[in-house]
Design a protein around this ligand. Structure first.
Ligand code: NAP
Length: 321
């Protein structure tokens, strides 16, 4: 089969399309014919070799994908060949024509959800769910700021928060992005590149601030986030690309919390909860993954160049084998 291989850590040009043997399923494992693979910023961080997690070389990148079951190993009872599924982790990598996954990381893909959309689920929707519900403990009737609402995680957070009965304010860096954020169900959208947009947010909340902030670029925003939180407010830090200065005093009168989020730290029970909730939302149509740029597998280099661009996100980027 064809797969992207990384022989050495480095820039996007390290992603090479090669011919490799297809995976064989061991006990409790499933081989999936990949129709679409999700491209996440973390795939680019790992490729540089400077990230906390460093795979053994050579390796095939990617955790997210959707496709059809090709083969199952001994002890797999939940799935059979031909079924439509999405996967949330692959030991062989998803930037390939086939990917191997443990059956616990394979989930049925509802008929109304396309393979491209299925590739947007694992990391983006899983992280948005974990940030909103498992870490920030967001509740119906609360107000949520999704700070960076136009990308993979942000669009998921907007849909999840809106479906759960929250008032959602999303941000994007362009007029197109703002339109897209409103289309995902936000009641309000602001431009995070515009002067004074957080004053606008305070007006929208009658000066009270927001109960929860889902923060996708904390190194830019955390200091100011703490000034627009309501009493007992929580910031869930999902993305950060460097240090930032905060005034700890801003947390005191509000008794505010800053809570870190790592999808990979979810327990097995939390993963089960997450994917049961996501499947329900996909089935009833409240969750509609938004697919942005699509590239053929052979153009993985371009995908990695673009995923790290500072602005212009439009939902989830996918690779098509
Ligand atoms: P993405 O699809 O590339 O989206 C990036 C988002 O950041 C876009 O909405 C972009 O908006 C927004 N952004 C740009 N400048 C901003 C600013 N000044 N303030 C607020 N937002 C801004 O990436 P993604 O997949 O959603 O991931 C977002 C971040 O979360 C990445 O850093 C990623 O590594 C991290 N992440 C962490 C975890 C975890 O477990 N903690 C899991 C998944 C992702 P515009 O393009 O419209 O400007």
């Amino acid at each position: 089969m064809k797969a992207i291989r990384v022989e050495q850590f480095g820039g996007p040009e390290m992603l090479k399309l090669e011919e490799v043997p297809g995976p064989q399923p061991g006990p409790e494992q499933v081989v999936v014919r990949v129709h679409a693979a999700g491209v996440n910023p973390v795939d680019a961080y790992v490729r540089t070799g400077t990230y906390a997690y460093k795979p053994n070389l050579p390796y095939t990148p990617g955790n997210d994908a959707a496709g059809e079951v090709l083969a199952v190993g001994v002890g797999v009872k939940k799935f059979k060949p031909g079924e439509r599924v999405y996967i949330t982790f692959s030991s062989t990598g998803t930037y390939a024509e086939q990917a191997l996954a443990d059956q616990s990381q394979v989930h049925r893909l509802p008929e109304r959800v396309s393979f491209d959309q299925g590739a947007a689920l694992g990391v983006p929707y899983g992280t948005a769910y974990r940030g909103l519900f498992q870490r920030a403990q967001a509740k119906p009737a609360e107000t949520v700021l999704v700070h960076g609402a136009s990308g993979g995680v942000g669009t998921a957070a907007v849909q999840l928060a809106r479906a759960a009965g929250m008032t959602v304010i999303g941000t994007a860096g362009s007029e197109d992005g703002i339109k897209l954020v409103m289309e995902q169900g936000a009641q309000h959208a602001l431009n995070h590149s515009a002067e004074g947009y957080l004053d606008e947010l305070m007006k929208l909340t009658d000066g009270k601030g927001v109960d929860v902030i889902i923060e996708l670029l904390a190194n830019k925003n955390l200091g100011r986030d703490l000034t627009v939180l309501a009493k007992k407010g929580r910031v869930a830090v999902i993305g950060s690309r460097g240090p930032v200065e905060i005034n700890p005093r801003d947390t005191m009168p509000r008794e505010a919390d800053i809570r870190g989020v790592t999808l990979a730290s979810a327990s097995e029970a939390e993963y089960r909860e997450m994917h049961a909730a996501l499947t329900a939302g996909l089935e009833n149509g409240t969750l509609r993954p938004l697919v942005g740029k699509k590239f053929p597998l052979a153009e993985a280099v371009r995908a990695h160049e673009e995923i790290m661009q500072p602005s212009g996100a439009r939902g989830k980027m996918v690779l098509l084998p």
